[in-house]
Design a protein around this ligand. Structure first.
Ligand SMILES: [Zn+2]
Length: 286
């Protein structure tokens, strides 16, 4: 039945309002798109129902399933407690399907976690297959951390969640920048700045000075991996310095506490002050 003129106007006004709201709220938009394309609807492997896959990615899904028990145990040991609920792992073969499921519309990000799902990109079936286990372990760190947090809890800064995931996965998602590379960059004045922002635009990650990216270097992934690895180094230093205080911070954040007050309550100083101490300690170890 054709819509009346007035009804058409109302519908188009509502649609415009929805589009405007989603434009203002990229997070909301991403979550909505991901929910519509939930990878939990994909078939599961008979040997491990936690692993979902697209048919063309079956071999990689089997490799992920084989690695999953050790990766889960590793994250539980690193984070200091079991998963709140079993993780869902999804292995994609198709760039477009992966881009829809991760909610970001981007197939170049090698792994994304969202709503308890660790999603692995088609690149991990192809030229980056050697990174499958490290990226899976990295994404499981996010699934574990956010799995405990209450809905709507204030999100910690990205340097913390990404640094934690790189630390817990022994370098997952930052493979091409080593601990030594990151330490050298900090000592040479190219330290990342610990701000409260989301680092989804990797070219805009703030550094004290832009770390040099040599000939043929992919600036976007270099800046991302350098920032992640420096954050991991810092978080590892914090944890080694006072394991009990670090555990208190983790439990507070998992309980939904806001990051800055929880950090100061557990570690007695704001992150920036401790970063200065960390950088000074790195200089002394030169
Ligand atoms: Zn990550």
């Amino acid at each position: 039945m054709p819509l009346s003129g007035a009804l058409k106007l109302v519908v188009s006004a509502l649609a415009a309002a929805l589009v405007a709201a989603l434009a203002i709220q990229p997070e909301l938009r991403a979550a909505l798109i991901a929910q519509i394309n939930d990878p939990a609807a994909l078939p599961t492997l008979p040997e491990d129902a936690r692993v979902h896959f697209e048919a063309q990615a079956r071999a990689r899904a089997e490799a992920a399933a084989a690695a999953l028990p050790a990766a889960v145990a590793k994250i539980e040991a690193e984070h200091g407690r079991p998963f709140a609920r079993p993780p869902v792992v999804a292995v994609f073969a198709d760039d477009a399907a992966y881009a829809r499921a991760n909610g970001l519309g981007d197939a170049d990000i090698v792994g994304v976690s969202r709503a308890g799902r660790a999603m692995l990109s088609p690149a991990l079936c192809q030229n980056e297959s050697w990174r499958l286990v490290s990226v899976l372990t990295h994404e499981l760190s996010h699934v574990h951390f956010f799995g405990w947090r209450p809905r709507g809890a204030p999100r910690p800064p990205q340097w913390f969640t990404e640094g934690l995931a790189v630390l817990a996965s022994d370098g997952g998602a930052a493979e091409s920048v080593s601990d030594a590379d990151a330490a050298r960059a900090i000592r040479d004045g190219y330290g990342v700045i610990l701000d409260a922002s989301r680092w989804t635009n990797f070219l805009s990650i703030p550094f004290a000075a832009a770390p040099p990216c040599g000939a043929g270097c992919d600036l976007r992934s270099f800046r991302q991996r350098m920032a992640y690895r420096q954050a991991a180094l810092f978080i590892g230093w914090l944890r080694r310095g006072d394991p009990a205080a670090f555990s208190r911070l983790m439990r507070a954040l998992e309980g939904g506490s806001a990051f800055e007050p929880a950090f100061e309550a557990a570690l007695n100083d704001p992150p920036q002050a401790l970063w200065r101490r960390f950088a000074t300690a790195l200089q002394a170890s030169r």
